[in-house]
Design a protein around this ligand. Structure first.
Ligand SMILES: *Cc1c(COP(=O)(O)O)cnc(C)c1O
Length: 417
């Protein structure tokens, strides 16, 4: 461990709130699909800052936009006009089929705004004298962020419990359980909300039947379908948006992670009908949608729209998926391989195993992540090539070979005793 890293670790341990357990690496710069630590050691990055650095590091078009726009105007507040909110909204409505956009700073803020919009819309359409519907149906095992509304709709107890009581009116449905969804849906529900591919919950794509059922139920009753594509949207699944794999459209869509190529920016997209529920003063932000972040996001979306980009994501995703299936065939500790496009996962047989694999991969210079205890998650930048996949998979092969399934893990029922 370098002296620089040791120093930073010591300082942080006494100066910061203790919210993260970081890996002991001090990163200094990145280029393409590689990161370099303070000692100049190179790492192949298959996590992209949790799906944020979708164009990798030091992308020339992104750098150019940041350089030029930061020299002109970084922030102006939402009291005045600048060019780039409308320009970005035009790009995003063009690829999503939705009509209007609101810009904020992060994922959780986008989801908070989506929940507020859903409640406001229910009020907006409720007939005089009738109580508006307020119920929110959301998913077990989901993740929508750390602020109170997002937390209240996040279907994982470990995140919610320390902060209760949370926002009322929330009911959880078993993800992909159509019968449970039908049972819990009623006229008191104003919105059904889900991730098109659950990310933090272990990379679990929604089933076609479940998504179509949610769309049909909400449409019939006048409730809204909210899709959180903060992680799986904007090209990650090989389409612009995850729902485009299923031939439906949400009423409200939330975006963030890769949107401004590393700068903080979130977005709510919606239909004109739903947008009518907000009027000036009901929602807002100081930083959100600033000229620098929006100009960079325009460059990001234009790059995503370049010929061959989505096809490349799909092709690399399919290539990587097949390679992971081959690993599964060779290593019994790989329980399942799943995902869509370049949002992939390999579920292992135990938490300890997954922890050891992530740590040993890092020691070898490969960045992957563990989520939902036992799941290895891969969110590589869209610009990876087959050689990067080969490199990653062969390292994973070696690390899995060095960590064979323990007898206890092979028989989980017995290991509980
Ligand atoms: C990351 C994430 C969020 C929260 O985004 P932040 O920017 O961390 O607030 C919400 N929903 C999904 C699906 C995410 O992956």
């Amino acid at each position: 461990m370098s002296a620089a890293l040791k120093g930073v670790m010591k300082q942080e341990s006494s100066l910061l709130l203790s919210t993260y357990e970081r890996f002991p690496v001090l990163f200094e710069r990145g280029a393409g699909v590689y990161l370099y630590d303070a000692q100049g050691r190179k790492y192949l990055d298959f996590l992209s800052g949790i799906g944020v650095n979708a164009l990798g590091y030091s992308h020339p078009a992104i750098q150019k936009t940041i350089r030029e726009q930061s020299a002109k105007l970084i922030h102006i507040s939402n009291l005045f006009f600048h060019r780039y909110q409308a320009e970005l909204a035009e790009l995003l409505t063009g690829i999503s089929g939705l009509d209007r956009a609101f810009f904020c700073n992060s994922g959780t803020e986008a989801w908070e705004g989506a929940l507020k919009l859903a409640r406001a819309y229910a009020r907006h359409i409720s007939h005089n004298g009738h109580k508006p519907r307020t119920g929110l149906l959301v998913m077990e095992n989901s993740f929508h962020g750390r602020t109170f509304g997002s937390l209240a709709t996040t279907g994982q107890k470990k995140y919610r419990a320390p902060f209760e009581p949370l926002v009322p009116g929330v009911t959880f449905v078993r993800f992909n359980d159509v019968a449970d969804l039908k049972k819990k849906f009623s006229d008191s529900i104003c919105a059904v909300g889900l991730e098109t591919v659950q990310g933090e919950g272990g990379v679990r794509p929604v089933s076609r039947e479940f998504l179509h059922t949610a769309r049909a139920l909400t449409k019939r009753s006048g409730a809204l379908l909210l899709l959180d594509e903060i992680q799986c949207g904007l090209g990650r699944t090989g389409r612009y948006f995850g729902y485009q794999n299923h031939g439906i459209k949400p009423d409200i869509l939330t975006l963030a992670k890769p949107l401004a190529a590393g700068l903080p920016l979130g977005a709510i997209l919606t239909t004109s009908a739903v947008a009518a529920a907000f009027h000036p003063g009901m929602h807002g932000t100081t930083f959100g949608g600033g000229p620098l972040a929006c100009a960079v996001a325009c460059t990001f979306v234009r790059t995503l729209k370049k010929k061959g980009m989505l096809a490349h994501i799909s092709e690399m995703g399919a290539y990587f998926y097949k390679a992971l299936l081959r690993l599964q065939a060779q290593h019994p500790q790989v329980r399942e391989v799943r995902g869509l496009g370049l949002m992939l996962a390999a579920e292992l047989d135990s938490t300890d195993h997954a922890k050891a694999v992530v740590k040993q991969m890092l020691e070898r210079g490969f960045i992957i992540n563990r989520t939902n205890d036992t799941v290895l998650r891969f969110l590589p930048p869209y610009i990876i090539e087959k050689k990067h996949v080969d490199h990653m998979v062969s390292a994973l092969d070696q690390v899995l070979s060095a960590n064979p399934t323990s007898p206890a893990a092979r028989n989980p029922a017995r290991s509980k005793q």
